[in-house]
Design a protein around this ligand. Sequence first.
Ligand SMILES: C[S@@+](CC[C@H](N)C(=O)[O-])C[C@H]1O[C@@H](n2cnc3c(N)ncnc32)[C@H](O)[C@@H]1O
Length: 304
Amino acid sequence: MKPNAKDEYHTPVMSDEVVWLIHPRPGGVYIDCTLGSGGHALGLLEFAGAGAQVIGIDRDQDAISAAKERLNIFRDTVTFVHGNFSDLQDIVKNLGILKADGILFDLGVSSHQLDEAERGFSYMEDGPLDMRMGQEAGPSAKDLINTLSAEEIASILKTYGEERWADRIAEFIVKRRDKAPVTTTGELADIVKAAIPAKARRSGPHPARRTFQALRIAVNQELDNLHAGLDQAIRILRSGGRLVVISYHSLEDRIVKTTFLKMSSPKGQDSLRILTKKPIVPCMEEIIANPRSRSAKLRAAEKF
Ligand SMILES: C[S@@+](CC[C@H](N)C(=O)[O-])C[C@H]1O[C@@H](n2cnc3c(N)ncnc32)[C@H](O)[C@@H]1O
């Protein structure tokens, strides 16, 4: 059964902290760069009361549809944009907006994307090996796995998955695809399991977790988009405006941390004041209620 857009589509992570840090007010302009099903946007709109304007961006059309349903009562104040936050300045300019009072990035994939087997993100369920967040054209995980050289595959697994068995996994993939193309998530998960020695598989997370994370990042160019999105967001913020970023793995968090640090040293036109010396993490209660929140790290900054 499909999840209900209003509740089970995606539970927003650290939503009280997000709302408190952005502190939306009537008349303000807020951009949710990763709208998902609109859980965080709903929190911002409810807190701000009438008159706040929210721009909600997502590259996934399914997310936009779910958010439209969830945010129906605020439809007059929300602008839905099916697009990539790496184009943030163009998106905002096309809407005639000059500055924003608060900008949110809640990175990664939604529960909906992970749970829908046919989107191809999950190593737990069998589905087509796709992993594209947006349904736009561009190489899927299947294209990468079946066309790149063993060295290129290993490099993706090392760089984006920090996978110590990357060379062996790549070798097993190439051997297997010489017989028949690898087309499903189940096939890929089995190849990874076979490539990692049993002893190394016994402890820790699912053996295919790192491989799937790495491929997802490569397919969606997540780190390049994050660099581009953050830079543009900082420029768009008005003085006193706040930027909040929730990341889910160390590669993303490193980019957020270094961008914030870089922008907080010279007190130029686009400089930031860091509000979170250390990242905020979910409390135990939230992790128990929503285990997918366990790796979340929230960093926030204010524009000078
Ligand atoms: C963790 S979910 C956000 C959930 C949302 N905060 C909520 O409360 O429902 C991340 C969303 O960001 C979207 N996304 C990821 N990278 C994106 C990008 N570069 N541009 C636009 N949307 C992106 C994904 O499609 C996904 O729907």
